[in-house]
Design a protein around this ligand. Structure first.
Ligand SMILES: Nc1ncnc2c1ncn2[C@@H]1O[C@H](COP(=O)(O)OP(=O)(O)OC[C@H]2O[C@@H]([n+]3cccc(C(=O)O)c3)[C@H](O)[C@@H]2O)[C@@H](O)[C@H]1O
Ligand SMILES: Nc1ncnc2c1ncn2[C@@H]1O[C@H](COP(=O)(O)OP(=O)(O)OP(=O)(O)O)[C@@H](O)[C@H]1O
Length: 237
């Protein structure tokens, strides 16, 4: 599909799904990264003023917050900033301590999910998530954290296609080129943590081609994360 055609189709799809739900708009987290910038611009095109970008720093890099504000202002996306630092601190202070940084870091996307659903209910909006096909394929998201959403407009696009769409939408170049990161701890990057590059992952998803070792790793990650892409299991009786 041509980029313009794809953009229009996604905007129409968002409107249709929101209308079918009896809702009137969309709320989404604006992180300062490319995925949420694309989602924000698509939602603005679909719902005009009936959309809301939430900027929710939780000990996040201040540069990301600046980038999120820059996107919101450039595209006139209504936005609100909600700092989650103190609720995060309070929350971990009542939990058992652990050295497992992923377990602790996953609280951040889950606090954002709670905040997004609060504003969704307040405004009769749906929560629009930013997950793309590359992340979904290998389960690179927090279950019921950033994975908790009502609609995933980028869910059938690999990261490379999201970048193409971002260029078409005129997302600032430096945001398109930032190394993708979940921002859960200092220095984290998606590619380092996953142990594969988006180029390898996207190529495998689109063509089935990858060096054997990489293909096996992707298949393993896909199979281990199956539980994140389905509803919780229930007994068959
Ligand atoms: N077989 C199974 N059947 C049913 N449930 C199963 C299960 N295996 C684990 N689980 C459950 O899943 C939990 C583990 O999943 P989860 O809590 O998500 O934890 P986990 O997958 O370990 O961590 C999330 C990963 O996503 C990354 N991330 C997070 C947020 C945003 C982004 C991004 O770039 O956008 C990336 C993050 O850096 C980390 O590597 C277990 O604690 C367990 O409750
Ligand atoms: N500080 C934040 N404020 C608001 N929303 C956030 C923030 N951090 C993450 N999110 C939300 O969670 C989603 C997952 O973001 P994350 O930063 O983990 O990686 P990503 O998948 O590379 O997305 P992006 O390219 O938008 O940063 C974001 O797209 C955004 O919707």
């Amino acid at each position: 599909m041509e980029r313009q055609e794809l953009c229009n189709a996604l905007v129409d799809w968002l409107r249709e799904k929101v209308r079918e739900a009896g809702a009137k708009g969309a709320v989404f987290g604006l992180s300062g990264g490319i995925d949420s910038a694309v989602v924000g611009v698509l939602c603005k095109k679909a719902f005009e003023e009936d959309c809301l970008g939430l900027i929710m720093p939780c000990y996040s890099d201040p540069k990301d917050e600046e980038d999120a504000v820059r996107v919101a202002e450039k595209f006139e996306i209504p936005y609100k900033k909600i700092v989650l630092n103190s609720i995060f601190d309070n929350f971990i202070s009542i939990l058992d301590k652990t050295d497992n940084k992923t377990v602790v870091a996953n609280i951040k996307p889950r606090l954002r999910m709670i905040t997004l659903y609060y504003y969704a209910a307040l405004n009769n909006f749906l929560v629009v998530g930013t997950g793309n096909k590359s992340e979904l394929t290998v389960g690179y998201f927090t279950k019921y954290g950033d994975g908790g959403a009502d609609l995933l407009p980028l869910g059938n696009l690999v990261k490379r296609q999201v970048r193409e769409l971002a260029r078409y939408l005129e997302i600032p170049q430096d945001i398109i080129e930032k190394p993708p990161t979940a921002g859960l701890w200092k220095g984290q990057t998606d590619e380092n943590e996953m142990g594969i590059t988006y180029e390898q992952l996207d190529e495998y998803i689109l063509t089935g081609k990858a060096p054997q070792e990489i293909a096996e790793k992707i298949r393993r990650m896909n199979s281990r994360s199956e539980h994140k892409r389905r509803l919780p299991l229930k007994p068959p009786f």
